[in-house]
Design a protein around this ligand. Structure first.
Ligand code: NCD
Length: 323
């Protein structure tokens, strides 16, 4: 039934392969199946061997205008493991954004100080705007509720590692499917593979209709449910997500749904899940994933977070024309 969406991930440009959107990593929609697999195999190389020195003399500029722990630090770790250096904007409250500087001006300035930029910003589309004006590669580290492509590459890398393959799996998503950018990117990425997708959320946090249309147009089989225990026995991967409190326009709406779908050991035992089920989460978790799962074979979310390093090593090396 797929892979249906023929987006060119790899264009020939100036004699070498160009990654993603004009050499930047902005949206997973800019990657077809081959482009995704190329990133995953480069990440596997990065993990298998020491590539120290590959990016020697190169500088990664990190601009995080929203909170981050894993993404920012694993980008920095990846760059350092390749022998490059990191120039971090730091707390945006202490920058000229506070004086009213525009994002475009700030991007132009930071681009003059580094070779590649990783940007996290609350506005959907901020990374694409940055890529248009930076004059060097931009990697989207999350733009509002829109996309988080580097998380998706590490999610796919993790799925392939823990399950051996991506095709043929039933992947369940639970939690905030409306505002969760990691969900949006991964749902699109899985349309490049032969996967069934199951969405579990409260009705007001369901997958946006535009994304469901994309699935339908791609001929992808999916189902929606509000009954987690009912679907759990069918799943190969359960992708749990945090309710994105910061994206709710109305706190009362958040209060109504917070705490929905808590996953713990008792739930898994009560509904007879597959032994091979693996539970993923982009982290941070709040109360949706009980710590009593952490030492079960189902839990792979800490390994998933560690996989951010080789995957970001691969992406940095690729956008800089070194892999
Ligand atoms: C996610 C994000 O920022 O979208 N975190 C991450 O990058 N690992 C998920 C979240 O904040 O809930």
């Amino acid at each position: 039934m797929r892979p249906p969406v023929a987006v060119q991930s790899v264009q020939k440009g100036a004699g070498r392969m160009v990654l993603g959107y004009k050499g930047s990593v902005i949206s997973i929609r800019d990657f077809d199946r081959d482009g995704i697999l190329r990133v995953l195999s480069t990440a596997a190389h990065m993990e298998a061997e020491d590539h120290y020195g590959l990016l020697e003399g190169r500088i990664l500029g990190t601009m995080f205008l929203e909170p981050s722990t894993r993404t920012r630090l694993s980008f920095a770790s990846a760059m350092m493991k390749l022998g490059g250096k990191v120039l971090d904007l730091g707390d945006p409250e202490l920058t000229s954004f506070k004086k009213g500087e525009s994002l475009s001006d700030a991007i132009r300035i930071v681009a003059g100080y580094c070779d590649v930029i990783a940007l996290r910003h609350p506005w959907e589309g901020a990374a694409r705007l940055a890529a248009e004006i930076a004059g060097r590669p931009v990697i989207n580290a999350g733009d509002g509720a829109n996309q988080h492509p580097t998380q998706t590459f590490l999610d796919l890398y993790t799925i392939r590692k823990v399950r051996g393959q991506i095709d043929g799996l039933t992947v369940g998503f639970v939690g905030d499917l409306k505002y969760g950018r990691t969900v949006h990117s991964l749902v699109t990425a899985l349309t490049r593979f032969d996967c069934r997708q199951v969405f579990v959320s409260p009705p007001n946090l369901a997958v946006p209709s535009g994304l469901l249309r994309e699935l339908e147009e791609s001929g992808v089989s999916y189902e929606q449910s509000d009954d987690l225990a009912g679907v759990l026995p069918e799943l190969d991967i359960l992708y749990s997500t945090r309710i994105q409190q910061e994206r709710f326009p109305d706190i009362i709406e958040y209060e109504r749904v917070k705490g929905a779908y808590r996953i713990d050991r008792a739930l898994l035992e009560s509904c007879v899940v597959k032994d091979s089920l693996r539970i993923m989460h982009p982290l941070p978790r709040v109360d949706e994933l009980s710590p009593d799962l952490d030492d079960t074979p189902y839990a792979v979310y800490f390994e998933q977070a560690r996989n951010g390093v080789p995957v970001r090593q691969a992406l940095l090396a690729m956008v800089l024309g070194k892999a």
